[in-house]
Design a protein around this ligand. Structure first.
Ligand code: NAD
Length: 277
């Protein structure tokens, strides 16, 4: 199998290289399942793992990293500050808690999980300071809309290097992608496979058959050809493999346009302009 996908990186605005394909661990709530999956992923060649304080599995991610025997410098570890921990001091504390739970000395990427009104600017200041101290290699946001970004940029000394957002063929996020491109910010897709909501789609089924690929691979390839970083979640070894074999085929312009035509502005997750948690 061609796993070139795993060594392909995106150069962030500060020169840090982030793997374009990583592993998401949202909703992996069983310790053994998580440790087994993360170790299997690292064995396959995954180097980027995306967790968050709210997932409640940072400790297990750290344990899996230690058990894998992989050098820390080879890995790219992301976590996120949860909403109730936002604000300057609380974020510094939450960051240290995440580091302690994972047993790590630094994070590669730390994100503001959601744009909590009245708080995220102060939270960002904490991320900037942690970044300047070298405790985080890159900093970014998640679930930020254009209005949140415009507001943040007015106060920010350092621009977010990443915006991690819900993005898949039914929610193509063209406006946010254009804004990010203008500001040298990379877009990272969460729910890149729409949390399983695309596997019955006829257009994607036909395209998968045509290329002799799985639907998941077609969709992930669409993201990559759009310059998007992806973190599909799976704990099953064959899917972990499948989700990284993305470089032995190419979607044509026509394929890309056909997938673009599936956009319905449809979310499977909360609306960042209207959430209450
Ligand atoms: P996803 O789109 O990655 O879909 C995961 C689902 O697809 C799982 O049910 C899995 O079993 C299935 N799947 C995976 N690979 C498959 C394959 N090859 N064939 C068939 N089915 C397959 O959804 P997600 O987990 O929500 O998103 C990915 C990651 O993004 C998360 O794990 C998490 O790390 C991150 N995330 C971030 C936020 C945020 O607010 N920043 C929100 C949700 C998720």
């Amino acid at each position: 199998m061609n796993k070139l996908s795993l060594s392909t990186t995106a150069a962030l605005a500060n020169g840090v290289n982030m793997p374009r394909v990583g592993l998401g661990v949202f909703k992996v709530e069983n310790e053994e399942e998580l440790i087994t999956a993360v170790k299997a992923a690292i064995e396959i060649g995954y180097r980027s793992i995306d967790t968050a304080a709210i997932y409640g599995n940072e400790e297990w991610v750290g344990e899996a990293i230690r058990q894998s025997g992989c050098n820390r410098e080879e890995l790219f570890i992301t976590s996120k500050v949860w909403n109730s921990d936002q604000g300057y001091e609380a974020t510094l504390k939450a960051f240290n808690t995440s580091l302690e739970k994972m047993g790590l000395e630094y994070l590669d990427l730390y994100l503001i999980h959601w744009p909590v009104e009245g708080k995220y600017t102060e939270t960002w200041r904490a991320l900037e300071d942690l970044y300047k101290e070298g405790q985080i290699k890159a900093i970014g946001v998640s679930n930020f809309q254009v209005s949140h970004l415009e507001n943040l940029l007015k106060a920010a000394e350092i621009k977010p290097m990443i915006n991690q957002i819900e993005l898949h063929p039914k929610l193509a996020q063209t406006e946010l992608r254009a804004f990010a491109a203008k500001h040298n910010m990379h877009i990272e897709a969460w729910a890149p496979l729409m949390q399983g909501g695309l596997f019955e789609n006829e257009i994607l089924t036909e395209m998968a058959d045509k290329h002799g690929k799985a639907i998941a691979q077609i969709v992930l390839r669409w993201h990559l050809q759009n310059g998007i970083i992806v973190i599909p979640k799976s704990t099953k070894p064959h899917r972990l493999e499948e989700n990284v074999c993305l470089f032995d085929f190419e979607l044509s312009q026509q394929d890309m346009e056909l997938i673009n035509s599936l956009d319905e502005h449809l979310r499977v997750g909360p609306d960042p302009d209207n959430f209450d948690f």
